[in-house]
Design a protein around this ligand. Sequence first.
Ligand code: SF4
Length: 440
Amino acid sequence: MAELNTLANRPPSSLALLEEMERQYKDLPMEAIIKQDILRQGIHFRPESFQGVGAYKAKDYFIFSFDHIPLAEMKDGIDTKAPEEIKISGGHFQLLPTVISTRNNPLSPYEMRSKEGKPTLYLGETEIGRAEYPPIPDWYRHRTQSGKLPGEIAPVIEWGYLIYLTVFRNCQYFGKDEECAYCDINHNYRQQKGAGRPYTGVKDVEDILEVLSWINAEDQIAKVYTITGGSVLTNLKKKSEVDFYLQYPEAIERQFPKRWMGKLVAQAFEKEDCQRFKDAGIQIYHPNYEVWDKALFEKICPGKASWIGYDRWIRRVVESAEVFGPEHVIPNFVGGVELSEPYGFKTVAEAIQSTKQGLDFFMSKGIVPRFTAWCPEPYTTLGQQAGPPLVYFCELLRAWKETFELYKLPTPPGYGEPGPGKAVFSVSAFMDVIGYSGRN
Ligand code: SF4
């Protein structure tokens, strides 16, 4: 297996594979199956697919690279022209509009070409769907008084629904003994700076408030903001981790009380600290546990394991539900990383069995984990591995949906409308499967 585990040897995609999954997973919408396959493989944009499409929002590199190759190796202007997301519809499977995050990969079997002057996604010679690129919000035309671009300070993703505030673009878990093995936050920061792009390491509260004032005045699409960034182990700008992150929602909610739903993606904090965020106006808490298996957590998240520890992390996630309410605690895990080499499970069945245990543990308590599809980014400790086959993601979606339905849980708040044709969450298909009643 070791010699096969490279980007070039990723388990292939084909029309036959998609049709096989369509037959095997009738409980999953094709929109979700194809979305996961495109996330798994990335997209190869041909230069003509950028032409004649008018203005659209390109990738803002809002936290990680989410690319399969380094920025410096991208050709044909892909590094600046690839759209943040695509929305595909129609095609061979008559897809409802499906929003998918862009992960650049020139080796992907999914190619964005141009057909009759419109970007169109192909798998081989099969048309998968006509594509739209996201609109540029009007307020992107402004500059802050400090000269910063709105897309750098407060970019939107999920087709404009989510304002993504990575307030600290590095992580103090540093180097391969501490960084999470799938995470390229520090590497992405370096490659963005290396490319000469404006890329603010620690964002000023004032810059954020200024951009939010334009959004407040001009925008009706964004409904949610996320405060996030790397972990702070000692202090940052003379503040503890909690105090550093707390200053942002405090300022935002003071100036724009409840204008948007506030979310926090951060480490797992003790209840007293969670309460401070709740009091500041944060409504949704994402204390991401990344991978359920304890031994894998210790290998894959070595910094979190040694500074906080698996048992304490899980306890804190559970206890945070007493502060926010269980339906407002939505911890993320990295779908597929439990199959990574060298430490991961050797089979899809073992991986799903473990991950499903975690889903059951949390969902039985009313806490709904969500996942992002692992993107094997080149500079991470795990590097450019092949990643899981499509059948893994179908099994994962099935396990997630079955457990979610078993406990009759409400749709996670802060993600927009669920279901095929409506979901805007773009880095996995968990929102696309909610409410789907299956096909014959
Ligand atoms: S804690 Fe892990 S996942 Fe989060 S930013 Fe740091 S290295 Fe990345």
